[in-house]
Design a binder for this molecule. Structure first.
Ligand code: NAG
Ligand code: NAG
Ligand code: NAG
Ligand code: NAG
Ligand code: NAG
Ligand code: NAG
Ligand code: NAG
Ligand code: NAG
Ligand code: NAG
Ligand code: NAG
Ligand code: NAG
Ligand code: NAG
Length: 837
């Protein structure tokens, strides 16, 4: 304002006004006007949508009048509504006229291609407005004459505020119909609709055959579509069913911009606009069990790693084409078998009996000789009973689905191992505690007992193992004192930094015998006589210095402290291990040096020090966006997979934590510090050889902390903690102090259950938002930190989950169920530290 005289501004503004084409850059059209090619309406507000002519193949002949997202071109597949999807027009000959009597007509020359058939009541009051919701509204002085949301023309795309369902008064339906293909928007083979049945259900049809059933609405979601409830993005859905209409829609009041599309191959996707780009929220079918009745009649489908698993429902036997009862049911059949956590069978011919409890529903079924199964669904349909064959049943991994009760043939032999009897609610409850508590207690003692036993055996084995290891350095010493000091390893303090580093590119064969031995003078020169200025960090076993050899190569030197009694052990252990291990994600050993009492390990130098220097640091963590964090997580997983599975030795690291993950110039993570690592024998789990667990508090698995029992799975636990720390930028150990006593794992699990696990993300991550991947990662981490080590995935599975889209393991058990408070752990750990040193 100050720079420009105000009258000049006015002139510019007026000039601009006249330069602008009459009805463009506006959102409204009035009677007696028209839109032709290259003219458009644009919604005001956030300018999200545009109405105009477009073509999908750049040819003027295949023109359409439609609405698309402004910031994207129609070719990018974001057309949300088309007037003439069946009949393309020549764009240069077409016009979209708003007639004087209030009709909207699409002309190609003088031929009517499409029209709304509306008629305004008054004169010149009607107007057509494109709203920022994507709705095109024709309204008269006092009423809405027509709107694209009510007449979606069977669009393949649904926006919030659009209804999917049917109008019982007008006998019309709102349905989603796929395109033929990406350049031909005419109706394709797939239709997604809510059928007007006694129990309305949501089904995708492939022509007239059912393709995928989402089932009925249970008050929160469709029973066959768990991702709806598990969705981490707050999209609010409504389902309305009354005598006038039955519909389902995403609420338009949501802040989240979202759309759903039925693709030309039948896949249904829901997208939402994250920060600036579209993100896929879910895509169904999720697996083959989602396909309608994949397994056939009276069978249920369970997703397994190697594909779907089809099983007969309990009490039924395999016959030629499906499963059948051995003997037909009769009215006296009064036993039921519970099939937990399933998508209940197709309700097309089922009966809804209204809200009631399980007992009443069971009795209804018993009183109906033809009833073969029942279930109680929350929401308005309540008790549902089935007759005849049961179709399209699948199991779900996540809890919270419905239990289905199958009626059993009276005489059929009941297999106790596969069938649960129906017990009255009260008696189940009474014994539930005992039933759960006793095996739990027994299990705990057994676990510890086994731990002690195996530990004793292991103690001898590992000592032998170490003694047998050849001396890897030329002229090195033999580990005389190995056996006696075996059990006195200290805990590395959380804050100590073992930083060993070096330039990459020095190709040294780290095989036994070829490992070079440096002389002490060389190392002294390289590290400026171990000056404080060269000090990189300090660990439980000594100090790490950076250095530069005469040829310019940068190295990290780990100097074991002379007065540390455990030194030689760790030294030998670490040397013998890393000498044999070679992987992109493991730190590389360049050589060693033993002279007198000095024991030095020479490692590659890492420009970016260690992970903990990044993730907990406010400024440095901003350098790590989601992709970098994911790359680091995958790198660590690969390194660990190599240790566990692919190396000749099969190593358990036992002290994984961010300060032991080093980062090179390209931020490639490298696992370091094998001071307390162990070699596993065979496939079996392995117990600790020491009397106390050693490692770092906050990363140690519960069975290791309490029983000293360690295995590959305790490394997996530590890995899970690291992943959560990488994502959140917070330390598990200190997290509880600021968060009502919940540690990071418990907190994340709680958020996960509440559907807000993205809240744990570090600010630097949340700007880049491929939500589905982040959620998978959080879920994977939660799996890794399950209380029971058997429920944790192996590193093979972890790498699969991180790198492929389709290997999602169920998150079953509640995690960190331990009743001990965090405080107890801390006290315990402290005492370990003190006595261990
Ligand atoms: C929309 O209309 C404006 C004004 O006529 C024009 O500048 C713009 O190119 C049009 N956009 C499209 C995509 O047709
Ligand atoms: C349409 O034209 C644009 C630019 O001229 C080109 O990038 C695009 O590939 C063309 N699309 C098709 C389907 O030919
Ligand atoms: C479309 O109409 C224009 C103008 O009448 C004409 O020149 C062009 O050939 C037409 N295109 C086709 C494919 O018919
Ligand atoms: C449609 O509108 C255009 C532009 O106002 C006009 O030229 C054309 O004659 C109209 N078409 C009909 C059939 O009214
Ligand atoms: C007609 O549209 C205008 C502008 O969107 C709006 O202010 C008005 O309330 C609408 N009238 C009716 C009856 O919906
Ligand atoms: C889409 O289908 C039409 C026929 O309906 C066909 O001519 C066209 O080649 C198809 N396009 C693609 C990209 O498959
Ligand atoms: C969901 O919609 C209902 C009804 O419109 C509303 O009461 C509720 O607050 C909404 N919830 C969210 C999270 O937006
Ligand atoms: C549809 O309307 C008819 C009568 O108008 C009524 O009998 C029927 O129950 C309605 N359907 C639903 C699902 O409400
Ligand atoms: C159904 O429509 C009738 C007539 O329009 C109306 O009176 C009634 O309130 C509507 N019922 C519901 C539940 O909206
Ligand atoms: C179906 O098409 C969509 C959109 O093109 C694609 O994302 C999806 O992967 C396809 N699904 C299958 C099973 O081919
Ligand atoms: C429902 O009954 C009809 C008629 O008997 C039959 O064709 C259809 O397959 C049945 N549907 C289901 C899901 O059982
Ligand atoms: C009972 O079921 C289990 C598992 O389904 C099966 O292994 C076993 O053979 C069955 N026993 C009988 C007697 O059918």
């Amino acid at each position: 304002m100050k720079l420009f005289p105000s009258h000049l501004l006015k002139i510019v503004a007026v000039a601009l006004f006249f330069l602008a084409p009459s009805s463009s850059s506006e959102d409204t059209m009035y009677q007696n006007s028209a839109l032709v090619n290259n003219q458009n309406l644009t919604s005001t507000g956030d300018h999200l949508f545009r109405l105009g002519f477009f073509s999908l193949d750049n040819s003027s002949a295949n023109g359409y009048l439609g609405i698309w997202y402004c910031n994207l071109t129609p070719q990018e597949g974001t057309v949300v509504w088309i007037a003439n999807r069946n009949k393309p027009v020549n764009k240069s000959m077409a016009s979209f006229n708003f007639t004087s009597d209030g009709n909207l007509i699409l002309f190609e020359e003088d031929q009517t291609v499409w029209s709304t058939g509306t008629r305004s009541t008054g004169l010149n009051y009607a107007r057509l407005q494109l709203l920022d919701s994507g709705n095109l509204v024709l309204n008269d002085s006092n009423s809405i004459l027509w709107q694209s949301f009510e007449q979606p023309n069977d669009s393949d795309t649904y926006l919030p505020g659009m209804k999917l369902g049917f109008n019982n008064r007008t006998n019309t339906s709102w349905q989603q119909v796929s395109w033929k293909n990406s350049t031909d928007p005419s109706p394709g083979d797939y239709i997604r609709m809510i059928r007007a049945l006694r129990i309305p259900d949501l089904v995708i049809f492939n022509r007239s055959a059912k393709y995928r059933r989402s089932g009925l609405w249970n008050g929160h979601e469709f029973v066959g579509h768990p991702s709806m409830a598990n969705s981490q993005v707050a999209i609010n859905f409504t389902f309305v069913s009354n005598e006038n209409e039955t519909y389902y829609m995403a609420n338009s009041s949501n802040l989240v911009l979202s759309r759903s599309v039925l693709c030309d191959n039948g896949t249904f996707q829901r997208w939402f606009l994250g920060t600036g780009e579209w993100q896929l929220l879910w895509s169904i079918p999720e697996d083959v069990c989602d396909l309608y009745n994949y397994c056939g009649r009276n069978k249920m489908c369970t997703k397994k790693y190697n594909g779907p698993d089809c099983q007969c429902l309990p009490g039924l036997k395999i016959v030629e084409n499906g499963c059948q009862r051995e003997k037909p049911l009769n009215c006296s059949s009064n036993q039921f078998s519970k099939v937990p956590n399933v998508k209940v069978p197709d309700t097309e011919n089922a009966t809804s009996r209204g809200k009631m409890n399980l007992d009443d529903c069971k009795n209804l079924c018993l009183n109906d000789c033809s009833c073969v199964a029942y279930a109680v669904i929350s929401g308005s349909y309540g008790c549902i009973t089935w007759t005849g064959d049961l179709l399209d049943i699948r199991t779900f991994d996540d809890e919270g689905r419905n239990d289905l009760y199958i009626r059993l043939d009276h005489q059929s032999t009941i297999n106790q191992t596969s069938v649960f009897f129906f017990l009255p609610e009260s008696s189940t409850k009474k014994h539930a505690w005992v039933a759960i508590a006793i095996p739990l207690l027994l299990g705990f003692f057994l676990l510890c007992g086994v731990g002690v036993l195996v530990r004793w055996k292991r103690n001898r084995a590992s000592t032998r193992l170490l003694l047998q290891l050849p001396n890897v350095c030329e002229g090195g010493s033999t580990p005389d004192d190995v056996s006696e000091s075996r059990s006195s390893v200290s805990i590395d303090s959380e804050d100590s930094r073992d930083l060993h580093n070096t330039d990459k590119g020095v190709g040294l064969l780290n095989t036994l015998g070829l490992l070079p031995s440096y002389d002490l003078c060389t190392i002294k020169n390289a590290t400026n006589n171990f000056s404080d200025g060269n000090k990189l960090g300090e660990g439980g076993f000594g100090v790490v210095y950076k250095g530069q050899l005469e040829d310019g190569q940068r190295i990290a030197v780990k100097k074991l402290s002379r007065n540390s009694s455990q030194g030689p052990n760790e030294f030998q252990n670490e040397l013998s291990l890393i000498a044999k291990l070679q992987h992109r994600n493991l730190v590389r050993l360049l050589g060693c040096c033993i002279e007198g009492a000095e024991r030095l390990i020479v490692l590659e130098y890492m420009e970016n020090k260690s992970l903990d220097a990044f993730i907990y640091d406010k400024t440095k963590s901003s350098l790590l966006d989601w992709q970098k964090r994911l790359d680091i997580i995958i790198g660590i997983a690969r390194g660990l997979l190599y240790l566990h599975q692919d190396s000749i030795l099969r190593v358990i690291h036992r002290d994984l934590k961010p300060s032991n993950i080093l980062l090179d110039r390209d931020m490639t993570p490298k696992i370091s510090d094998f001071g307390i690592a162990r070699i596993a024998e065979g496939e079996r789990d392995l117990a600790d050889g020491t009397t106390r667990p050693i490692g770092t508090f906050g990363y140690m698995a519960p069975e290791y902390l309490s029983c000293g029992y360690f295995s590959f799975k305790s490394d997996v636990f530590s890995f899970g903690v690291i992943v959560l720390e990488i994502l959140s930028g917070k330390r598990n150990r200190t997290f509880g102090q600021a968060n009502s006593g919940l540690n990071l794992l418990q907190h994340t699990y709680r958020l996960w259950k509440e559907g807000r696990s993205l809240d744990i993300l570090d600010d630097a991550v949340s700007c880049s938002y491929p939500t589905i991947k982040i959620l998978r990662c959080i879920r994977m981490a939660l799996l890794c930190v399950q209380d029971n080590y058997e429920n944790r995935p192996t590193m093979t599975e972890v790498v699969m989950m991180l790198t492929s889209e389709d290997h999602l393991i169920p998150l079953k058990q509640p995690i960190i169920t331990s009743t001990r408070s965090d405080g107890d752990y801390t006290t315990k750990e402290m005492s370990i530290t003190i006595t261990g040193r």
